[in-house]
Design a protein around this ligand. Structure first.
Ligand SMILES: C[S@@+](CC[C@H](N)C(=O)[O-])C[C@H]1O[C@@H](n2cnc3c(N)ncnc32)[C@H](O)[C@@H]1O
Length: 225
């Protein structure tokens, strides 16, 4: 199993200019925001436990938290005794995660979600929270392909991200509020049919929960083959 130390991965040389911009910006933004990120915590903390409950993974399951940031979702799984690995691009965010980690069950690794340093099918559950909406669609698709690769057949992928409430007024308000502080890819992400997208990677959504009055959706998918 991977240790608590961080292992670097090499960047891709063949990235399109838009992707290069995205990687540069992500690293810069999160190295600045890392010390502040957990201040946004209380609103989202309840979601972390709901994700663990929804996964209902048997004891001994191996968990991957993709784009783990400061490790909140990873640490929620580890607290329940699961061997958990959190990966992220940002060493600043991971340093916060490592600092908070009191569990030997949690390990953190610097890695890109689009080229994970793991063999096929080694995880029973992977989660990705509040990260897909930050990615250009090409990066998002590669990250989902990688997520599908590293979970076993019958394993789970749980996607936690922005959604829009059912009512038109609430949807208008949430969309325009989130757009004030989110990056350029949020507007594309929110139009996506995430169920449909996951099905392209062999993941069938079997359960969905709304959180924060429908502004967030938790989707649990199963890798079918
Ligand atoms: C909004 S934060 C979410 C962190 C955490 N998942 C949470 O729910 O609190 C987005 C995180 O995604 C990470 N990230 C973005 N693109 C990534 C990629 N291609 N590979 C790995 N991590 C990525 C960023 O470094 C950042 O820590």
């Amino acid at each position: 199993m991977i240790g608590r130390e961080m292992a670097a991965t090499r960047p891709r040389g063949d990235r399109a200019p838009e992707e290069r911009r995205y990687y540069k910006l992500e690293r810069k933004v999160w190295s600045l925001l890392a010390p502040l990120y957990d201040a946004s915590g209380p609103l989202l903390s309840a979601i972390r436990e709901r994700v663990v409950d929804l996964a209902a993974a048997p004891d001994g399951s191996r968990i991957l938290d993709i784009a783990t940031g400061t490790g909140k979702q990873a640490l929620a799984f580890a607290k329940h005794g699961y061997d958990t690995v959190g990966i992220d691009l940002s060493d600043a965010m991971l340093r916060v995660a490592v600092r908070k980690s009191v569990s030997e069950k949690a390990h953190f690794v610097i890695a890109d979600a689009t080229m994970m340093p793991f063999p096929d099918g080694v995880f029973d559950v992977a989660a990705i929270s509040f990260a897909l909406h930050e990615m250009p669609v090409t990066v998002m698709r590669r990250a989902l392909a990688e997520a599908a690769r590293v979970i076993r057949t019958g394993g789970q992928l749980i996607v936690i991200d922005y959604a829009l409430p059912g009512s038109r007024v609430a949807s208008f308000l949430v969309y325009n509020f989130v757009k004030l502080y989110e990056g350029r890819y949020y507007a594309d992400f929110i139009k996506l049919d995430v169920r449909e997208l996951l099905s392209e990677f062999g993941i069938k959504v079997t359960a969905e929960r709304a959180a924060i009055s429908g502004a967030v959706a938790i989707k649990k998918g199963i890798r079918e083959k």
